[in-house]
Design a protein around this ligand. Structure first.
Ligand SMILES: [Zn+2]
Ligand SMILES: [Zn+2]
Ligand SMILES: [Zn+2]
Length: 348
C-alpha cells in the first residue's frame, strides 16, 4: 500500500473560515471537492506526524449517560465551557427540566440562560415521555436537534438585535450546518418515516420552540445530523495499526455536531486521529506524515473494536449507509467481492 494519493482531477478549494467558525485550522488544511466523495479535507503542503490540524467547536453537544441515574459524566451546558461538571459542585436547572442538564457552576449557568431558555420548556414537557416511549437513542437525537436549533436561535438574536452575547454563544456556524451532507435520500424510508413522525409530534411546537422552520426543513436537519454527529470518548479514535496491548476508546460521554470537523471522510487506515479536548472541542491530529495533495481521513468507529473487513463494512453500512473503498478495505477484499461491488452489490 502506498501512502501517496494521486489527484486525477483538480480539486476546487475554498476557505473554510467563510462557512464555519472553528477555533483553529492549520494553514495547510484545505477544503476540496471530490467528484465521488463530495466535500473533503486535503493538505496543500507536507504535514509531519503529530501536527494538530483542526480544533472545532461543537454547534450542538449533549451528555450521553449509560445509566441516567449515575450522571457522573455530565458536561457543563454553557457552550463557552462544556467541561466536565463534577457532581459535588455542579449546578442544575432551577426549573428542574431534566437531571442531565448541568453547569460547572453558577457563573456558567447565568451565561447560558438565553440558550438554555430555548430548550428548558421543551425538555420539561417531553424528555421523560420520549425517553420512556422511544429509548435513549431517539431521545438523544431529538435533544441534539433541539440544541442545534437553540444555537441557531441565539445566533439569529445576536445578528438581529445586536444583543451583547457571551463570546462563547457567538456561533457563526449555521452555514456550516446547512452545508453538511445527508438528505432524505440518504436514509431508508422507514427511518425517514419515523423521523417525520418525531418532527410533527415534538419539534413543531411553536410556543415552546420558536425556530420558524417548516417540518421539511427540520426533517432535513435530522437527516444531516444523523450522517454527521460525533461521539465523544475518553481516548482517541483512529490509530492504526492498533497499538498493543489493545485499549479501546472507552465509554461515550457526549454526542455532538461539529460544522467543520464533519467534512472529514472515513478511512479504515486513517492519517488523522480525533479526540475531544476538555472543553468538548474536536481535535484532529496527524498520526503519520501526510503528503501534499493527500486526503485527510478519520475513522468513524473504533478500529480496535471492528478489525476484519466484514465487520468494518457492516458497521459503516449500518451507521453511515456507504461501502468503504479505502485502500485497506480494497487491499483486504477477495477479488470476486470487489467485482460484485463494482457492479452495484451492497447498494440495494
Ligand atoms: Zn462551565
Ligand atoms: Zn431547564
Ligand atoms: Zn475501509
Amino acid at each position: 500500500m502506498s501512502q501517496l494519493v494521486y489527484i486525477t482531477t483538480e480539486p476546487t478549494q475554498t476557505h473554510l473560515e467563510t462557512k464555519t467558525n472553528p477555533i483553529w485550522i492549520h494553514p495547510h488544511l484545505i477544503e476540496s471537492t471530490d467528484p465521488i466523495k463530495g466535500r473533503q479535507f486535503r493538505v496543500s503542503a507536507p504535514i509531519p506526524k503529530n501536527t494538530v490540524l483542526l480544533v472545532d467547536r461543537p454547534y450542538s453537544i449533549i451528555p450521553v449517560v449509560d445509566n441516567p441515574t449515575d450522571n457522573d459524566d455530565l458536561i457543563c451546558s454553557n457552550p463557552a465551557c462544556n467541561r466536565r461538571a463534577p457532581r459535588n459542585t455542579r449546578k442544575t436547572c432551577p426549573n428542574t427540566c431534566l437531571g442531565d442538564v448541568a453547569w460547572c457552576g453558577s457563573v456558567c449557568r447565568g451565561k447560558d440562560s438565553l440558550r438554555h431558555g430555548f430548550e428548558c420548556g421543551w425538555l420539561k414537557r417531553y424528555a421523560v415521555s420520549i425517553r420512556s416511549k422511544y429509548g435513549e437513542y431517539d431521545f438523544g437525537m431529538l435533544w441534539i436537534i433541539v440544541r442545534l436549533l437553540a444555537s441557531r436561535h441565539c445566533q439569529r438574536l445576536d445578528l438581529d438585535s445586536g444583543l451583547e452575547l457571551d463570546p462563547g454563544l457567538k456561533c457563526n456556524g449555521w452555514r456550516g450546518i446547512e452545508s453538511l451532507c445527508g438528505s432524505q435520500e440518504t436514509w431508508p424510508c422507514d427511518m425517514v418515516k419515523s423521523w417525520t413522525g418525531f418532527v410533527k409530534r415534538y419539534l413543531l411546537d411553536g410556543p415552546l420552540l420558536p425556530h420558524g422552520m417548516s417540518a421539511e426543513q427540520v426533517l432535513h436537519v435530522i437527516c444531516q445530523e444523523e450522517a454527521n454527529s460525533f461521539g465523544l470518548y475518553p481516548r482517541e479514535t483512529g490509530r492504526f495499526p492498533v497499538p498493543w496491548p489493545v485499549v479501546g476508546r472507552g465509554v461515550q460521554y457526549a454526542g455532538a455536531v461539529y460544522p467543520t470537523a464533519s467534512m472529514a471522510n472515513h478511512s479504515c487506515w486513517p492519517n488523522v486521529v480525533h479526540k475531544a479536548d476538555e472543553n468538548g472541542h474536536m481535535v484532529f491530529t496527524a498520526c503519520r506524515d501526510i503528503f501534499p495533495g493527500e486526503e485527510c481521513c478519520i475513522s468513524y468507529f473504533d478500529l480496535a473494536e471492528y478489525t476484519d473487513l466484514t465487520s468494518r463494512r457492516e458497521r459503516l453500512r449500518e451507521l453511515f449507509r456507504f461501502v468503504c473503498r479505502c485502500e485497506r478495505c480494497v487491499d483486504e477484499e477477495p477479488e470476486e467481492v470487489s467485482e460484485w461491488i463494482d457492479m452495484g452489490g451492497f447498494m440495494s
